[in-house]
Write a protein that binds this ligand. Structure first.
Ligand SMILES: Nc1ncnc2c1ncn2[C@@H]1O[C@H](COP(=O)(O)OP(=O)(O)OP(=O)(O)O)[C@@H](O)[C@H]1O
Ligand code: SF4
Ligand SMILES: [Mg+2]
Length: 372
């Protein structure tokens, strides 16, 4: 696929050559992230963008990562993929199909991009190369990873466009990105990301720039592709409504940490973290009248250079007590449901459980309930 960012510098001493990632059966663990921390150096001091994230993702499963702007969702995804700039330092562990890749150098990571893991970016206009025709953008990635003749690469590109619902694929292959609508461009991005059959797909706010109907189509398409190919997918969004009905599990991020993580059904039925509750209050519900005012979350996320002692959400939390100002809550399992984790001294009791959020396109393919 077209490299969306400048090639990253190696961010740590080179790891031993990564062996080719071995096969992983559906349902087996594909990605294991442990205590991942990403810090950027900046003139103001270290920016602690990801502060100890652990997660596990099995083949064929979708994890929704949700949080406000600046909570670290993109940095987390890019840190897992190894797409970080040279002012970033990463520590912890990222294991892909059992192989540690956190310290793998850029050359090794390049062999993973495209055919092991790929990303659909938020803004296809900046991620697509404006001066290359669609065909070249798709076949470039195919030629890099798979030994194909020119004709085979072109046929594959046509099939990919068809599979992502693009009519008249032969004509579209000759077009430039500016000749296509926003929805078409996003479909092309998905085709490029899927070109080499990745086992893990990151979809980072894949629909933000699109209108609601096209959003639903793109989310449905991603879900279908994920299911057909038994890929693992990390669906990143600021909108809990987007992941409802589409993700098997949900991780809610705040100030660089996961503050609540659970199977989707459990999260919506019994949310425990006040921040998750606030996020849910801030999205529209079906039963609301058109003029209902939504509860925006008051205040701002903390400055990641000066994160307060205690709970990072305390200055905005309606349930905060003295203990919250001094004691940093850890992510622990709910005693009644070990798959449901939260980081809060005074958890709420899912008072909004009855209010089902609006799902964009309301797909129901994810059998929420099992752990990732
Ligand atoms: N190269 C960088 N140098 C310094 N700080 C950075 C860099 N890249 C990201 N950050 C900071 O890391 C934090 C997390 O950013 P990130 O892009 O992951 O947020 P996000 O949750 O994806 O937000 P959004 O919903 O707006 O996409 C932000 O405070 C951002 O300013
Ligand atoms: S630990 Fe305290 S401040 Fe933090 S979310 Fe829970 S109740 Fe609110
Ligand atoms: Mg982002």
């Amino acid at each position: 696929m077209t490299d969306p960012s400048p090639p990253p510098e190696p961010t740590a001493p080179s790891a031993a050559e990564a062996a080719p990632a071995p096969p992983v059966s559906p349902g087996e663990v594909l990605l294991e992230v442990t205590d991942l921390r990403t810090t950027f150096s900046s003139p103001r001091g270290p920016v602690r963008a990801v502060r100890g994230v652990s997660l596990t993702l099995r083949r064929g499963r979708t994890l929704g990562v949700v949080g406000e702007s600046g909570s670290g969702k993109s940095v987390l995804s890019r840190s897992i993929m190894g797409l970080v700039p040279s002012n970033a330092t990463r520590t912890g562990s990222v294991r892909f199909a059992g192989t540690e890749i956190l310290n793998a150098d850029a050359k090794v990571m390049r062999s993973y991009w495209g055919d092991q893991m790929a990303m659909v970016f938020q803004d296809p206009m900046t991620a697509l190369n404006p001066v290359l025709r669609v065909e070249q953008q798709i076949t470039e990635s195919l030629h890099e990873h798979i030994d194909l003749t020119k004709k085979q690469a072109r046929d594959t590109a046509m099939q990919l466009l068809e599979s992502v619902g693009i009519p008249e694929p032969a004509r579209r292959l000759r077009m430039y990105p500016h000749e296509l609508s926003g929805g078409m461009r996003q479909r092309i991005m998905i085709a490029i990301a899927l070109a080499c059959g990745p086992r893990l797909l990151f979809a980072d706010e894949p629909t933000t720039a699109l209108d609601v109907t096209v959003q639903a189509q793109i989310l449905d398409l991603l879900q279908t592709m994920q299911q057909d190919r038994q890929m693992a997918m990390i669906l990143v969004t600021h909108d809990l409504g987007v992941v409802a009905g589409r993700a098997h599990d949900i991780a809610v991020m705040y100030a660089g940490r996961i503050v609540e993580q659970a199977p989707a059904a459990s999260l919506f039925a019994h949310m425990r973290h006040p921040y998750t509750e606030a996020l849910l209050r801030s999205i529209p519900k079906l039963e609301m009248s058109k003029h209902t005012r939504l509860d925006a979350i008051g205040g701002r996320p903390p400055d990641l250079v000066n994160i307060p002692e205690g709970c990072a959400f305390a200055p905005r939390c309606p349930h905060a007590q003295d203990r919250c100002l001094t004691e940093d809550p850890q992510l622990v399992p709910d005693p009644a449901d070990p798959d449901h984790l939260y980081a809060c001294h005074f958890p709420v009791h899912g008072v909004l459980a009855a209010a089902t959020p609006v799902t964009v396109g309301a797909a129901s393919g994810a059998d929420a309930g099992a752990s990732s």
